[in-house]
Design a protein around this ligand. Structure first.
Ligand code: CP
Ligand code: NVA
Length: 308
């Protein structure tokens, strides 16, 4: 069963094949209406369930549109409206959905929910974000980086801010795609030691810095994300903001990174907090390419899961 649960649970050659497939599908669609079917509508006759236990704009729309472009059909399900949100077990939900659909994407809170769903489903399961990781986002980010700058292997990625779920998937990708990474953020919000250890064990240089200006020296890519993720309690807002303020990505920081460094953010962005308007809308920003590439990358992920 080809589940797409995390980048560090997927073989490097499969990840590379997905990026190449995404790039080819994107090129093949260039200039065509967005609703047009792909030349080979490989998902014809397939049904995909998209389950959301947290809000979403990009993941929801890009998966839905991606399924349709490939000739399949999708069902968008909200956790709270399913029996899942009212006491039915994850295992039973997995068994039941597997009788109806060919593929399940889930955005949820605990990673265990995703893993349990995958364990009991008899169709592939895709991680559309958990509290711990966001692999589909980073597949789109690798595609985006490589479109602009060529191979990401050997490059230096600097993460500025909270060592959160998106940062975790970047660390997973460092080991798999062979790039180095510096985390610039407060000690209290460091990424998980396990993920740093895995990337280092794969031979990557992973550094921790408390000084963002020092961290971005020689950066090929600077990345930021919200200071308060969907799973973070609102009562932590003030503390997090105070801790993270020094790590805002602004023009001065991008200048220190150098003119060739790109800026990425998975979005939604909180302009004026983790990133300024000048950077978001500036020449180094590729944030809307990233958003578009969710579509192309996830189409490749779905095809890989289904062996199509
Ligand atoms: N980046 C991302 O996953 O966006 P959504 O929360 O809108 O899906
Ligand atoms: N870290 C953010 C990413 C949103 C796409 C969150 O989990 O809310």
């Amino acid at each position: 069963m080809s589940h797409f649960l995390d980048i560090n649970r997927t073989a490097p050659e499969d990840l590379r094949a997905m990026i190449d497939s995404a790039s080819a599908m994107k090129t093949a669609r260039a200039g065509r209406p967005r609703a047009a079917l792909d030349d080979a509508p490989v998902l014809d006759g397939h049904m995909v369930a998209l389950i959301f236990e947290k809000p979403s704009t990009r993941t929801r729309v890009s998966f839905d549109v991606g399924v349709r472009q490939m000739g399949g059909q999708s069902l968008v399900l909200t956790g709270s409206e399913m029996q899942l949100g009212h006491g039915e077990s994850i295992a039973d939900t997995a068994r039941v959905l597997s009788r109806y659909v060919d593929l399940i994407m889930i955005r949820t809170f605990a990673e265990d929910t995703l893993l349990e769903l995958a364990e009991h489903a008899t169709v592939p399961v895709i991680n559309g974000l958990t509290d711990r990781s966001h692999p589909c986002q980073i597949m789109a980010d690798i595609l985006t980086y490589e479109e602009h700058r060529g191979s990401i292997a050997g490059r230096k990625v600097v993460w500025c801010g909270d060592g959160n779920n998106v940062c975790a998937s970047f660390l997973h990708a460092a080991g798999r795609f062979g790039f180095d990474m510096t985390f610039a953020g407060p000690e209290a919000l460091d990424p998980e030691a396990e993920f740093i250890g895995e990337a280092r064990a794969a031979g990557r240089k992973i550094e921790i810095s408390r000084d963002p200006f020092e961290a971005v020296q020689g950066a090929d890519l600077v990345v930021s994300d919200t200071w308060l993720s969907m799973h973070d309690g609102p009562e932590t807002r003030e503390r997090r903001h105070n801790l993270l303020k020094p790590y805002q990505v602004n023009e001065a920081l991008m200048e220190a990174a150098g003119p060739d460094a790109l800026f990425m953010h998975c979005l939604p962005a909180h302009r004026g907090e983790e990133v300024t308007d000048a950077v978001m809308d500036g020449p180094q920003s590729v944030v809307f390419d990233e958003a578009e590439n969710r579509l192309h990358a996830q189409k490749a992920v779905m095809r890989w899961c289904l062996g199509l």
